[in-house]
Design a protein around this ligand. Structure first.
Ligand code: IPM
Ligand code: MG
Length: 363
C-alpha cells in the first residue's frame, strides 16, 4: 500500500454529513501534503441528497465509485424530509446497500473516552475514566436483511414482519474477527446475545464458543443483551471487546457512545474481505444541520481510523488523534461536548484547530 496512489470515495450524504466531511477532508489534505501520499478523492451522492437528484438513494454510479475505491468515507444519511418514502427509497437503504454490496460484515466501533471530556459524560467520572472498549458489530446479516419482511394484511388485520436470521458461516467469520482483535488487545471478549429467548442467537452462542477453541489465550464470556445494556452503565471498565449481532450492536453502540460524553466523538470502520468504509456512528442530525455547530471530531477520527486500518499509516493516524486530544485539552468545544469553563466553537473552527495542530506536529 505504501507507494500506491490511494483511491478514496467520499459520500457526505445528508444533514450534518456535509459539514463534518468538509472538516475531515481538510485534515486529510494536511496528511497528504506532509506525507507525500497521493489520495485520488472522488465525491459521490448518496442518501436523501441522491434521492432528490436522481430518484434513488444509492445510484448506480455511486455504487460503482464505492466498488472501485480502496476505501469509502461517509458522512451520514437520512432526515425527516424522506421519512415518508417507501422503505426501498429511504436514505438509510443506501447505507445498508453499500454495506451489503461491498461485503462489509465487520463493523468496528471503538469507544474511547478523552480525559478532557470526562465531565461531559452523564456518568460519574470514576465509572468512565480509562474506558477503552471495541464493539465488533456484525453488519450484513440479522433482522436488518432477513426475509420475509414487510407489512401485509390478513383478514383485514395488518401484520408487520421481519426475520432475525444468522447462518453459522456468518457468525463464524465475525467471531474470528473479534477474537483476533481481542488477541491484540486485552484478550477479554464478551459475546452478546439473547440466547434465553431467540434460537438464532443460541446458534450465535454455540458458534462463538466453537470458534473460541482456536483462541485459547482469549477469555470468552457470554452475556444477554439486556444484561449487557445494564453492565455498560454499571461497570463499563469490565469490557475490552464486545462481539454482537447487527441489531444489538446498533443499540449498544449508541448507548456506549454516551460513556464518552457525546455520540459526536465516535468513528467507525466497516470492513469486508477487500473493501472498507469509514463513518461516524452518529446520524445526520437534521435539527442542527447547516448551522455550523455539529461536532466534526467523529468524522476526523474516522479519517485517522482509515489511515491506520486501510492505508497502513499508523503514525499519521496517531498524529490526528493527538491533534484532537490537544484541541480538546485547550478547551475548544462544539455544543454537544460543552461543559463549564470551556469555549464553544463552530464546526469549522474546531476542524481548523485540528488542522493547525496537525500542521505543527506532523514532520
Ligand atoms: C448506524 C445507524 C444505521 C444502522 C442506520 C442509519 C441505518 O444507526 O450505523 O448505527 O441502523 O445501522
Ligand atoms: Mg445506529
Amino acid at each position: 500500500m505504501r507507494n500506491k496512489e490511494l483511491n478514496l470515495a467520499i459520500f457526505p450524504g445528508d444533514g450534518i454529513g456535509i459539514e463534518i466531511i468538509q472538516e475531515a477532508l481538510k485534515v486529510l489534505k494536511v496528511v497528504s501534503v506532509k506525507s507525500s501520499r497521493k489520495f485520488n478523492i472522488q465525491e459521490g451522492i448518496i442518501g436523501g441528497a441522491a434521492y432528490d437528484l436522481a430518484g434513488n438513494p444509492l445510484p448506480e454510479e455511486s455504487m460503482e465509485l464505492a466498488g472501485k475505491s480502496d476505501a469509502v468515507l461517509l458522512g451520514a444519511v437520512g432526515g425527516p424530509k424522506w421519512e415518508n418514502l417507501d422503505y426501498k427509497l429511504r436514505p438509510e437503504r443506501a447505507l445498508l446497500g453499500l454495506r451489503k454490496q461491498l461485503g462489509l460484515f465487520a463493523n468496528l466501533r471503538p469507544v474511547v473516552v478523552f480525559d478532557s471530556l470526562i465531565d461531559t459524560s452523564t456518568l460519574k467520572s470514576e465509572i468512565i475514566r480509562n474506558i477503552n472498549i471495541m464493539i465488533v458489530r456484525e453488519l450484513t446479516g440479522d433482522v436488518y436483511f432477513g426475509t420475509p419482511r414487510g407489512v401485509h394484511v390478513e383478514n383485514g388485520n395488518r401484520i408487520g414482519i421481519n426475520t432475525m436470521i444468522y447462518s453459522e458461516e456468518e457468525i463464524r467469520r465475525i467471531a474470528k474477527v473479534a477474537f483476533e482483535i481481542a488477541q491484540k488487545r486485552g484478550k477479554n471478549l464478551v459475546s452478546v446475545d439473547k440466547a434465553n429467548v431467540l434460537e438464532s442467537t443460541q446458534l450465535w452462542r454455540d458458534v462463538v464458543t466453537e470458534v473460541s477453541a482456536d483462541f485459547p489465550d482469549v477469555t470468552l464470556r457470554h452475556m444477554y443483551v439486556d444484561n449487557c445494556a445494564m453492565q455498560l452503565i454499571r461497570n463499563p471498565l469490565q469490557f475490552d471487546v464486545i462481539l454482537t449481532t447487527n441489531m444489538f450492536g446498533d443499540i449498544l453502540s449508541d448507548e456506549a457512545s454516551m460513556l464518552t460524553g457525546s455520540i459526536g466523538m465516535l468513528p467507525s470502520a466497516s470492513l469486508g474481505r477487500t473493501k472498507a468504509m469509514y463513518e461516524p456512528i452518529h446520524g445526520s442530525a437534521p435539527d442542527i444541520a447547516g448551522k455550523n455547530i455539529a461536532n466534526p471530531l467523529a468524522a476526523i477520527l474516522s479519517v485517522a481510523l482509515m489511515l491506520r486500518v486501510s492505508f497502513d499509516m499508523p503514525k499519521e493516524a496517531e498524529m490526528i488523534e493527538k491533534a484532537v486530544t490537544d484541541v480538546l485539552e485547550k478547551g475548544l468545544r462544539t455544543p454537544d461536548i460543552c461543559q463549564g469553563g470551556t469555549k464553544i466553537v463552530s464546526t469549522e473552527t474546531m476542524g481548523e484547530a485540528v488542522v493547525e495542530k496537525l500542521k505543527e506536529i506532523m514532520p
